[in-house]
Each structure stands twice: as C-alpha cells, then as structure tokens.
Write a protein that binds this ligand. Structure first.
Ligand code: SAH
Ligand code: SF4
Ligand code: F3S
Length: 456
C-alpha cells in the first residue's frame, strides 16, 4: 500500500462523494475525503470530472435504497461517455448503509460498481481502491471495527465550514422493530473522550464555531471515567473559539438528568432538542420496541422546558406502523398538539427486510399512510410556523454561514436552528451577528441587523 501511496501522491485525482443519508452519513463523506487526500484525491464539483465517485448510501427506507440504483445507472452512462471521449476513467464505489446491508449483491445487480465498502470500514479505502484498480475481482469490505476506524482517521479536519459535525457515538443497541440501523451500523460504541477532544480542538483551529455532536444515540455517549454527553458538552464549551454546541440524535430513554440540567447551565448549548418519539400511542410504541411511553416522553420534555423555557423541540414520526388504528393515529395527533413542536421529520412506515416489523401482521395500506402523513404534516407545519412567528420582535444571534439568494442578502442560523435572512455584507460570514426578527415563515426568519458583531 505504501508503494501505491508514493506513486499516487504526484498526480491530482478528482473525487466526488455524494451523501444520501443522515448527518452521520454526511460526516462519513467528509472523512472519506480526508482519508483519500494523502493519495492525491481532491474534491471536484461534478461526478463527470471525477476519477472516483463514492455513493454514500442510506438504507433507512425503501425509497432511499432504490435511489442508489438509479444513480448508479446515470453514472454508468457518464463513465462510458468519458471513456469514449478519451477523458480517462471513473471508478464507481458504493459506501454507507446499503453497502453494509446488501454487500456483494450490489455488484451482482450493477456490475459497473467496482468497490463496496461499509460504514465501519471506509478507513480501508486507500487499499481497497488499489485492489479495485488491479481489476482482479470483487472488492468488498463490510467489516465492523469502529475503534479501528476512528483510530485510522486523520485527526486533522479540513474542508469544514463555520459549523461542523463531530461523530462521538455510533451504532445502536435499541433494536426498534422497524429500523435497520442496528444491523447496518453495529453495536453502540463511544469514542474515547480524549480523542473526541482532540478532534474538537482541530475543528476550532480550523475556524469552526459551531460543533454538532453526532451519534445514532448520541445521549448514550460514554467516554469513560464518568464522562457522559453532559460532561463532554461541558468540556467542549470550555474550548476558546467554540460558540455553539448541538447534539443529535437522542433517544428518550437516555435523556439523563445531568443532560437535562446542561440545557439550563451551559450557555453555549443551543436551545434545540431533537428527541424522536415516533408515535403517540403506547400500544404502537410497545410494538415498535421503543421502551418508553407517551407519558414518560412528555415528562422528559416538560423537565427540559423547565431548564430552558424557550427550547425548540423536534421529533421524528412514523405513520402507518403495522397495526396502527385510527385511534392510535389520533393519539399521535393529540401528543403533537400537547407538545407543540418547533420542527419535525415525519415518514410513512417503510417495510425493511430483516426487521421484526416487516414480518408483522396488519400492515397498513398505502392510501391510509398517505392520509395520515398529510394530516400530521399539516399540523406540524402549522406548529413550526407558529414557533417561528413567536420570535418576531425578539433580538436573535445569528451565526452567518454565507450569502442569501438575493443581492446584499446574508444567511445564517438562529439558536433554535432556523435559517435567518438579513441585509448585510460578506465580511459577516463566519461571524455571529445580532438581528431583530421582523418576519417568519415555515423554515426561516427575516431579520434586521442590529449589531455586526454580537460578541463585541
Ligand atoms: N437513531 C435515531 C435516528 C434513526 S433513523 C433515532 O432513534 O431517533 C431516523 C428516523 O427515520 C427515525 O427516527 C424514524 O423516524 C425513521 N425511520 C427509521 N426506520 C424507518 C422505517 N422502516 N420506515 C419509516 N421511517 C423510518
Ligand atoms: Fe433505529 Fe431505534 Fe436505534 Fe434510532 S434507536 S437508530 S430508530 S433502532
Ligand atoms: Fe441512513 Fe445509515 Fe444514517 S441507514 S439514516 S445512512 S445510519
């Protein structure tokens, strides 16, 4: 492998990595770029300019999985056009959760794919690419070794914006009956505290001001020596340069008292909590194997709100889980009315091969799922708009991420996670400004600049 490294460093090669999944999938894509940089690979804007295209896939719902195959079909045509025109070649690799779940089946179905690598094995990419380049047969790596992976990834993080993801926990032992994640990502694993801090410091050195801690069950983080997520957040908050900390996604059963308290005591911890409930009926929650009740969930939210009254609460919902009756669905609507969400993701139940729910009786008809999704989404949209409108007239600190669509317009993030548009200039990018909220829509706030540097 070192031989390959040496020869490859000289020539610059184009790399295109496309994410199809959750935030952790996006983080993994960034890390693949980091792993491949020493081999001379640099990101390009379009797949047709790339010598290597990596599709970083998601297996969570059927639609996500099917998207991969249509994308492979498109890439195949681009690869052939490139070869015909004498513009070199394009290696096509499939990574991520579909790679883990389907393995060699992907190459059987789409022989143009030369390499398949799972989410816990992508640090092996340099040697896998060298093997694929020798064209001596299938190249497949779906091994599971999260410790090994994180140890192999470069600590130094480049190519980040002002806000960056930092994976601290991976995998899931919860086994919700609908979900593929425990199978595609493996067992719960937390990165040691010291390693996480090293990466956080590297992000700060790179100009990052907002760190988003990631995990499939991030609030189950256990960094050793009694360092849970609350203590980790506290330590990261002590780093000079860090202005904002967020974490996602959490499980209601792992919402410990110290983490709830952190929402009241750590100013840099942003007032936003994504705590998926999935459904508002205890019968359905039980069948989902969620291990919490509607009441315990509502109680957790009440406690968090006691600590941080303005907190934005977000959730995920699944409608049409097997056996969900009209009454069960009404209970979900009632819970939503009670909690009042600031934002939410909602999905129709998708039957995933190998999960217990896929074999359950009383699967729900597609048209009923559609109706329920529409009703739920209408209610959630109403609440989201109301939450945003409640900020009108308030002073809001905005972390500016870039330019807006219109000339002279800048774009940033509010503490509660909405986009904020305001008139400003490019010197404000990567800084925190203060605006007055003067308008609100479904996904964004409009602001008027009060202070070009909120920290001054
Ligand atoms: N670990 C996180 C996120 C898991 S996947 C958590 O527990 O919250 C993100 C969301 O996808 C889930 O919260 C769930 O709402 C949805 N999801 C997972 N499996 C699904 C399926 N089979 N059908 C529809 N939605 C699903
Ligand atoms: Fe999937 Fe449940 Fe684990 Fe979340 S907690 S990743 S929904 S099994
Ligand atoms: Fe999808 Fe895997 Fe994330 S299945 S949601 S990319 S953990």
């Amino acid at each position: 492998m070192s031989e390959n490294n040496k020869t490859n460093t000289k020539a610059k090669k184009g790399l295109f990595v496309q994410s199809y999944g959750c935030q952790m999938n996006v983080y993994d894509s960034e890390r693949m770029v980091d792993v491949l940089a020493p081999l001379g690979y640099a990101p390009v804007e379009k797949p047709e300019d790339a010598d290597l295209v990596v599709l970083n896939t998601c297996h969570i719902r059927e639609k996500a999985t099917e998207k991969v195959y249509s994308e492979i079909g498109r890439l195949k045509m681009q690869k052939e056009a490139k070869q015909k025109a004498g513009n070199g070649d394009m290696m096509i690799a499939v990574a991520g959760c579909v790679a883990q779940a389907e393995g060699a089946e992907i190459m059987n179905r789409a022989p143009v794919v030369e390499l398949v690598v799972g989410p816990q094995a992508y640090h092996h990419l340099p040697e896998l690419i060298a093997r694929a380049a020798r064209k001596s047969g299938e190249v497949l790596d779906t091994s599971f070794d999260a410790i090994d992976k994180f140890d192999a990834l470069p600590i130094k993080r480049e190519n980040t914006g002002v806000s960056a993801f930092l994976s601290v926990q991976e995998g899931c032992d919860k086994f919700c009956s609908f979900c593929v994640v425990p199978y595609t990502r493996g067992e719960e694993f937390s990165r040691p505290f010291a390693k996480v801090m090293d990466e956080a410091k590297s992000l700060v050195d790179n100009g990052v001001k907002e760190i988003i801690l990631l995990g499939q069950n991030v609030n189950a983080y256990d960094g050793g020596n009694n360092i849970g997520l609350a203590q980790l957040i506290e330590k990261i908050a002590e780093l000079n340069g860090v202005e904002r900390i967020r974490y996602t996604t959490s499980h209601p059963c792992d919402m410990r008292d110290d983490l709830i308290a952190a929402h009241g005591s750590i100013a840099k911890l942003m007032p936003y909590l994504h705590l998926p409930v999935q459904a508002g009926s205890n019968k359905v929650l039980k069948a989902m194997n969620r291990k919490h009740t509607v009441e315990s969930y509502a109680e957790t939210i009440a406690q968090v709100r006691k600590m941080r009254p303005d907190i934005a609460i977000a959730s995920d919902f699944i409608v049409g889980f097997p056996g969900e009756s009209d009454k069960d669905f009404e209970e979900t609507m009632a819970l939503v009315r009670e909690i009042k969400y600031a934002s939410a993701y909602s999905f129709k139940y998708s039957r995933r091969p190998g999960t217990p729910a896929s074999a359950m009786m009383y699967q729900i008809a597609e048209n009923i799922k559609d109706e329920r999704l529409q009703a739920l989404q209408a209610l959630l949209a109403e609440q989201q708009t109301a939450f945003n409108a409640s900020k009108i007239g308030q002073e809001v600190d905005v972390l500016v991420t870039g330019k807006g669509r219109n000339p002279g317009q800048m774009l940033g993030k509010a503490p509660w996670q909405q986009s904020v548009f305001f008139a400003g200039d490019e010197s404000m990018i990567n800084k925190t400004v203060r605006v007055k909220a003067v308008g609100a829509g479904l996904n964004s706030l409009a602001g008027e600049l009060l202070k070009a540097d909120a920290n001054a």
